[in-house]
Design a protein around this ligand. Structure first.
Ligand SMILES: Cc1cc2nc3c(=O)[nH]c(=O)nc-3n(C[C@H](O)[C@H](O)[C@H](O)COP(=O)(O)O)c2cc1C
Length: 356
């Protein structure tokens, strides 16, 4: 999608557009970068990206996001590079995809450069629009494989993987990282510039350290540092749950774009709201009726996935979506306790009747 016409509150500076944000006080006016992202042949606007999330960013939820609009780049969840080449894309819930979900980045969970060739060849066959390398997942099970965040701890291995991947594909190649084990500007700079020098086209930064929980305030100010070091687009991730969070994050770090995770699962219309409010996108104001959103999600899960793959995904979605309700924990626990999709649907219906 081309960048929409600038609103009267915007002004152009070269190819980059800045929206002037007036602050309530007489403090200096802040600017928010407002430009499309181009990485190789892929251009997207608004610069709003879906964060990869295991068990959540599958075709059903991606279709819900696309229905509301405002997502610039969608994502799969992390895909094991080892098993990807033998997965059946018509059956695997991580690979099922419809034409509505575009552009779509595929994230690889990888531990060695030996896995690159078969994995990337498989992604070419799947018509990936971009390939992301997971270098940020701190889970112990992932670390034990030498993948995810452990690549930040083994920069030479990470380099070999990027070099090999860059040789194998012309697709946009991106990476997603955290800030490190501890705050170490020199180590972080060396890692980020290595990624750029070896051919990474865009970097997403989850602004937390390895062991920091999702409850901690993200360190957006560190993304501002990374932005200064690199020429490639830098995307800010972590802790964006509202339009105001999006504005605050951009004011603090000046990132080229934003990546939304849990906030978008709670409110699948959040992309649309941010796209309208910050990026002047011509998107219909989202009309949200929560039971309909939930019902649509349930229908899509039923349509797309094999029976044994459905309930777990509904439970995971409900864990976040329930936060829209004051007594959402009741919805979450009643769905958690369901033994079938039918039972879950019935229980959800009762909850919605009692919680308008
Ligand atoms: C349930 C769940 C699954 C996740 N799975 C992945 C994943 O597959 N790959 C990845 O790079 N990050 C994963 N993440 C991290 C998110 O992409 C994101 O970095 C994190 O949730 C912070 O962003 P947020 O505050 O917008 O949610 C996951 C997070 C959650 C909550």
């Amino acid at each position: 999608m081309a960048a929409p016409p600038l609103s009267p509150c915007s002004r152009a500076q070269g190819n980059v557009y800045y929206k002037i944000e007036k602050t309530a006080t007489a403090k200096p006016i802040r600017t928010i970068p407002l430009h499309q992202i181009q990485i190789r042949n892929l251009e997207f606007y608004p610069p709003l990206l879906l964060a990869p999330m295991a068990g959540l960013t599958h075709s059903a939820l991606r279709q819900i996001f696309s229905g509301f609009g405002g997502v610039g780049l969608l994502s799969t969840e992390m895909l094991s590079a080892k098993s990807l080449p033998t997965e059946n894309p018509k059956v695997s819930p991580c690979l099922i995809r419809t034409v509505l979900e575009k552009p779509l980045s595929y994230q690889l969970l990888i531990s060695t450069d030996r896995e690159i060739i078969p994995a990337i060849d498989a992604l070419h066959k799947l018509h990936a629009d971009a390939i992301d390398l997971n270098m940020g997942c701190p889970a112990r099970s992932v670390g034990n494989l030498g993948a995810g965040f452990s690549l930040m701890e083994q920069p030479e291995n990470a380099r070999r993987i990027v070099v090999e991947a860059r040789k194998r594909t012309q697709l946009p190649l991106t990476a997603k990282i955290r800030l490190g084990v501890e705050l170490d500007e020199q180590a972080l700079k060396a890692f980020c510039t290595m990624l750029e020098d070896e051919g990474i086209d865009m970097l997403s930064v989850h602004a937390r350290l390895k062991k920091e929980s999702f409850a901690r305030r993200p360190r957006w100010e560190w993304i501002a540092k990374i932005k200064e070091w690199l020429r490639i687009p830098v995307i800010a991730n972590g802790g964006i749950f509202t339009v105001q969070d999006a504005k605050d994050c951009l004011r603090v770090c000046g990132a080229d774009g934003l990546m939304l995770g849990r906030g978008a699962v709670v409110k699948p219309w959040l992309f649309a709201e941010i796209a309208r409010d910050l990026y002047d996108c011509n998107i219909v104001e989202p009309l949200v009726f929560l039971p309909v959103v939930y019902g649509n999600f349930t229908d899509l899960v039923n349509e797309l996935f094999r029976p044994e793959r459905r309930l777990g995904r509904l439970k995971k979605f409900t864990h976040y979506f329930g936060r829209n309700y004051k007594f959402g924990h009741q919805l979450v626990s009643s769905i958690q306790g369901s033994n079938s999709m039918e039972e879950a649907r019935e229980r959800a219906g009762i909850f919605f009747e009692n919680n308008t």
